[in-house]
Design a binder for this molecule. Structure first.
Ligand SMILES: [Zn+2]
Length: 284
């Protein structure tokens, strides 16, 4: 997919339905790629992101195909949206994991000081640390720096969902990185598991730092402090934050359906969170 075509279809499908911006741009292959965002107002907000890894095409395609209905549904439920449909445009266009200069736009929003002066980009969920801090924006890929500036200027959302795919494991499978109350996620995991098997009790190796074992637990969930947007919003106190992973070998229709299960599920979570309790009847 030529990214200009993607951007044009994105803008025309949402024209008049959401506010459309570029939050920045990157130059790769001698061309300028816009960094797209669409917003829709509401008392509390869900942030949806996709396309950090360019070879994981399902997320950006779900966002493109379904954005109007996602915006309509969120608006009906009183949920605001910030949609970032394709965060690594040159990687998406070239179907490469990283951007066209080989930089890695995922996982660089935070880092951890594990001993005085020793900083790591990723720690195990049970590993202690002294503090975490935003990564130096001069030292991260341009897409990450633009996104960090963009998100840093905004209030913490009510929820954050990031759409990924796993290009390393064979077969059609699903698992999810999550923080927060897992009871909220179990119904979404069960619905996803009705479409493709859930990867459980298994080490996943989707580009994590060497020496860092990342394991899907017996349910298919992973808690991973890797400096990704999921970890970043967990550290900012966002109550619901997840990154979902279909494998890239999952048929497109199933991957799209699973993305929608989680997108609508997260809109419902935010709606439930902000619904005011029923008002007591006034005495007669
Ligand atoms: Zn990914």
């Amino acid at each position: 997919v030529i990214f200009d075509d993607y951007a044009q279809r994105w803008r025309s499908s949402l024209d008049g339905r959401a506010a459309l911006f570029d939050f920045g741009s990157v130059t790769e292959n001698g061309r300028r790629y816009p960094l797209l965002v669409a917003t829709s107002p509401g008392p509390s907000t869900l942030i949806l992101t996709a396309g950090f890894h360019g070879d994981e095409q399902a997320g950006p395609l779900t966002m493109l195909s379904h954005a109007p209905e996602i915006v309509r549904y969120a608006r009906a439920r009183g949920v605001g949206l910030r949609l970032y449909p394709c965060l690594n445009p040159s990687g998406f266009e070239g179907r490469t994991r990283y951007n066209a200069s080989g930089e890695r736009p995922n996982n660089d929003l935070l880092r951890y000081e594990i001993a005085p002066g020793v900083w790591k980009g990723e720690i195990q969920s049970d590993q202690s640390f002294l503090r975490f801090a935003p990564t130096d924006l001069d030292a991260v890929p341009k897409e990450t720096a633009a996104l960090a500036r963009e998100l840093g200027g905004q209030p913490t959302p009510a929820a954050s969902l990031d759409l990924h795919q796993d290009a390393f494991i064979h077969g059609a499978l699903f698992y999810a990185y999550v923080f927060g109350d897992r009871r909220a996620y179990r119904p979404l995991l069960a619905q996803s598991g009705a479409l493709v098997p859930v990867l459980r009790s298994c080490i996943v190796d989707s580009g994590h730092e060497p020496g860092t074992d990342v394991r899907a637990d017996q349910e298919g969930f992973i808690a991973c402090h890797d400096g990704s947007i999921t970890d970043y919003y967990f550290r900012r106190g966002c109550p619901y934050t997840a990154a979902i992973e279909t494998t890239t070998e999952t048929p497109t229709a199933e991957a799209d359906a699973i993305n929608l299960i989680w997108i609508y599920g997260f809109i419902d979570l935010v709606a439930k969170q902000t619904e005011s309790p029923p008002r007591p009847r006034s005495p007669r």
